[in-house]
Write a protein that binds this ligand. Structure first.
Ligand SMILES: NC(=O)C1=CN([C@@H]2O[C@H](COP(=O)(O)OP(=O)(O)OC[C@H]3O[C@@H](n4cnc5c(N)ncnc54)[C@H](OP(=O)(O)O)[C@@H]3O)[C@@H](O)[C@H]2O)[C@@H](O)CC1
Ligand SMILES: [K+]
Length: 529
């Protein structure tokens, strides 16, 4: 797992490091600038071969300070560097001002809003180069002024047109680092995507949620590791607990060590009427493949022949109504229930949801798709949610369940830190009193206590093939299977989500939902299980 930080947490860590005397702000800035230059050469090794051209855009704060360092270091490499400053040099913060003065000893400072010199974007002597955006980083507090935005877009676009790589320092300017959202009324504006974004110490939440328009993200060490631990019991330490975990590994133990089938739990998947039971079967197969010892599909009696013809290892039971479900749940070995995929939203299904949630044992329940619609429609069902439940809404279902939270998330972000998908999911989990997995390429999982994780399928971990019918049904089954195996609701949601993306990535193009459970065995083998 990788820890993600908010901008306030990052500031607290930096401030604590500086206050402890272990490093100065100027040293951190030097390391940051050096990190950016290293990342540029690592990303495009050919740039090392001969001097190139750089256009460096510096802003009025310490992000601009990093830009002055980058400009100076590239100039030392013999590059042609043109530097543009937005803001008054006399008002730069002290470390940025020091680096401004160092730069002034070697090169010219041009006005960011002034004329763009002719031929500026002609590639360097070897036909290559970079445009470095060091206008704003974690200090962005409000939307960019229209002139700044237009000029930044012009720099990026012309640079891209002329074949220069686009590099953002810490965050592409204009994006709020806590939410990944563009600040401003017309949120969709993004200028041109940065090919490379170089951040420091730990990634920020905004690098993984929202729409961070970054081709590749590199995190450079600037010597702050362990600072929160070393600070001991100080306030900065408490402030710097992580905002979220990016799931890079599974969070629970997936190994199966001996025992018999009941040792690994029994998941019950409720399915819908004849002709609509495929979604339930997909969920059931997912639950079985992920390692539940037993999986039963409970379907309306008239759907028995269809399901019997399609199932082997998955067991089948008729479940006519809520009473029939309650009878099944008398067996304490049935320890996880999944409702939603292809279920329907009629009286029987409402009864089933009520029976599953009202069960005295308070066993683990995954609610997806139609079950979420029912819970959104009927406050009496919502009131039955408890801490062993997992809700897996996509954006539409989320808006039906939590309309005011969704509205707040959809409203333009005009000040930083802006309301993020993380904030929204946390608020939803607190209100529902259970784990919420808010689906998207930047899936967020939160529990009612505020614990939060991001399962980002972005950039090198992108899995566009997951946008296929039935893939959500399999995810619900994965989570149900892990709950049956004894994972906590939060770990089941995190691990299920992580494996879902990994399975899709292993299979790749051409993926359909049926392939997801089958691809799990390859993922497990790669994990050494
Ligand atoms: N701290 C450290 O030790 C290290 C920090 N590092 C680097 O520092 C960066 C953070 O620096 P930072 O806090 O100075 O914020 P930054 O992003 O430069 O902007 C602040 C300035 O912008 C202004 N401003 C804000 N919004 C605006 C707008 N829309 N339009 C116009 N102006 C606007 C704001 O003005 P004000 O809001 O006060 O009017 C203020 O002047 C961080 O991203 C990393 O790159 C690294 O060197 C590692 C060590
Ligand atoms: K920037």
């Amino acid at each position: 797992m990788t820890e993600l930080l908010t901008s306030a947490q990052m500031r607290a860590i930096e401030a604590a490091a500086i206050a402890s005397g272990m490093v100065t702000g100027l040293e951190l800035m030097e390391r940051a600038g050096r990190g950016v230059v290293e990342a540029i050469f690592e990303e495009w090794p050919a740039l090392r071969a001969a001097p190139q051209r750089a256009v460096v855009l510096c802003g009025p704060g310490n992000n601009g300070g990093d830009g002055f360092v980058v400009a100076r270091l590239l100039k030392e490499w013999g590059w042609e560097v043109a530097l543009f400053l937005y803001g008054d040099p006399a008002r730069l913060p002290p470390d940025a001002r020091t680096n401004y003065l160092r730069w002034c000893g070697t090169g010219e400072v041009r006005d960011f809003l002034g004329e763009i010199p002719e031929g500026l974007f002609d590639a360097g002597p070897s036909g290559d180069g970079v445009v470095v955006d060091a206008l704003f980083g974690t200090g962005l507090a409000r939307p960019l002024d229209a002139r700044v935005r237009a000029r930044l877009a012009e720099f990026r676009a012309q640079g891209q047109f002329c074949g220069l790589h686009s590099v953002a320092v810490d965050m592409p300017s204009g994006i709020d680092s806590d939410s990944g959202r563009f600040l401003g009324e017309d949120e969709g504006w993004s200028g041109v995507q940065a090919d490379l974004c170089v951040t420091f110490h730990r990634p920020r939440v905004g690098h993984f949620v929202g729409e961070p328009s970054v081709g590749r993200l590199v995190v450079k060490d600037i010597g702050l590791d362990g600072i929160a631990d070393r600070m001991g019991r100080g306030a900065a330490c408490r402030e710097s607990t992580s905002a979220a975990d990016l799931i890079c590994r599974w969070s629970g133990d997936l190994r199966k060590s001996g025992g018999h089938k009941y040792t690994h739990g029994h998941a019950l998947i409720l399915s819908g009427p004849p002709g609509r039971a495929g979604a339930g079967r997909l969920a059931a197969r997912g639950a079985l493949r992920i390692g539940a010892g037993l999986v039963t599909l409970g379907c309306p009696p008239d759907a028995m022949p269809e399901n019997a013809a399609r199932l082997d290892a998955v067991m089948l039971r008729p479940v006519a109504d809520g009473n029939a479900l309650a009878e099944l749940l008398v067996d304490p070995r049935v320890n996880a229930v999944c409702l939603g995929p292809g279920l329907g939203t009629g009286a029987r299904e409402m009864d089933l949801v009520a029976a599953a949630l009202g069960d005295a044992q308070r066993r683990a329940v995954v609610l997806d798709a139609d079950a979420l619609t029912l819970v959104a429609r009927h406050p009496e069902l919502f009131a039955l949610l408890h801490e062993a439940c997992v809700l897996t809404p996509h954006a539409g279902e989320f808006a039906r369940l939590f309309p005011d939270i969704a509205e707040r998330l959809a409203a333009p972000a005009v000040t930083g830190p802006a309301f993020s998908r993380l904030d929204a999911t946390r608020a939803a989990a607190a209100r529902a009193g259970c784990v919420v997995l808010f689906k998207g390429p930047d899936t967020v999982i939160a529990d009612p206590a505020g614990r939060c994780a991001v399962n980002a399928a972005l950039r090198e971990r992108a899995a566009p093939w997951l946008a296929t019918a039935g893939s959500g049904d399999v995810l619900a089954g994965f989570i149900a299977g892990l709950l049956a195996r004894g994972f906590s609701p939060f770990d089941a949601a995190c691990t299920g989500g992580w494996l879902h993306v990994e399975a899709a990535r292993r299979f790749g193009p051409g993926l359909i939902a049926e392939d997801l459970p089958e691809a799990l065995s390859v993922v497990f083998r790669d994990l050494g299980l």
